[in-house]
Ligand binder design. Structure first.
Ligand SMILES: C[S@@+](CC[C@H](N)C(=O)[O-])C[C@H]1O[C@@H](n2cnc3c(N)ncnc32)[C@H](O)[C@@H]1O
Length: 242
């Protein structure tokens, strides 16, 4: 590994308490493209795992903490990246949406086709109920310091072992009031307590609306370490750099 690869950086100034405190950020020389990036919850996890991150979203994202391109994920060029993460909109797969039968486009299938054709390692993240292939579930209870359960599913094209899934022992705060000490919270819909949600998710920089869409960076930090190991074993950029 190069000197740059060994370089340790301080935590990103925007990283939340769970993701930043004690995090040892070592750059790995790998570049990941973050499609449908929102305000960067997934992005921060990859950055903490050592990746350089570029985000793409169809909507402006003024608080995205890394280089950002305002563009369509279905056409943005994939050249120059070692791997791709995609978090397509999940509204189409949520229970409330199924009941209302509103019309949101499904981006999962076209994005999977693009990524598989490109031949790059990829991650597609979405809510339970979305049509992912053999997904793994990650839960906030897997990381000490988070206070959300927030199950999210990950379809990955490389080996990934999830942490042990502990029982949900903490009580969930009722919707409509901020959580009391020791309670976990839902960060969905018209939730109360944006400040508590930032702590609960380990995200220090997002607005209430952005938090509702985001995943805790701890999830993708875990995925990112497995992805970097896979790329290195496969002779990816970090291995070449060494
Ligand atoms: C669930 S949010 C992503 C949240 C993000 N992964 C995080 O952890 O903060 C989905 C995002 O997809 C974006 N989006 C929807 N259609 C898109 C498209 N065709 N191209 C790029 N982004 C798109 C939305 O604007 C939204 O920001």
């Amino acid at each position: 590994m190069t000197a740059a690869g060994r370089r340790r950086l301080p935590p990103h100034p925007d990283a939340g308490p769970v993701t930043a405190v004690g995090a040892q950020v070592t750059r790995n020389g790998l570049r990941i493209l973050d499609l449908c990036c929102g305000a960067g919850g997934a992005a921060m996890g990859y950055w903490l795992a050592g990746f350089e991150v570029t985000g793409v979203d169809i909507a402006p994202q003024p608080r995205y903490p890394f280089p950002f391109v305002h563009a369509d994920a279905l056409t943005f060029p994939l050249d120059g990246f070692d791997a791709v993460h995609a978090s397509p909109p999940c509204q189409v797969w949520t229970m409330a949406q199924r009941i209302r039968r509103n019309d949101h486009p499904d981006l999962i299938a076209p994005l999977r086709d693009r990524l598989a054709t490109a031949g790059l390692p990829f991650v597609i993240e979405n809510v339970p109920g979305a049509p992912l292939r053999d997904p793994l579930t990650l839960c906030g209870a897997m990381w000490a310091g988070l206070a959300v359960y927030r199950h999210r599913e990950f379809e990955v094209s490389f080996p990934l072992t999830p942490p042990t899934h502990p029982a949900h022992r903490a009580r969930l705060a009722k919707m409509g009031r901020p959580p009391r000490p020791g309670e976990f919270m839902h960060v969905v819909g018209n939730f109360s307590g944006a400040a508590q949600a930032r702590q609960a998710m380990g995200i220090g920089w997002m607005t209430r609306d952005e938090l509702r869409e985001a995943i805790p960076p701890a999830y993708t930090r875990h995925v990112g370490h497995a992805l970097a190991a896979h790329l290195t074993a496969a002779g990816g950029r970090s291995a070449v750099a060494g």
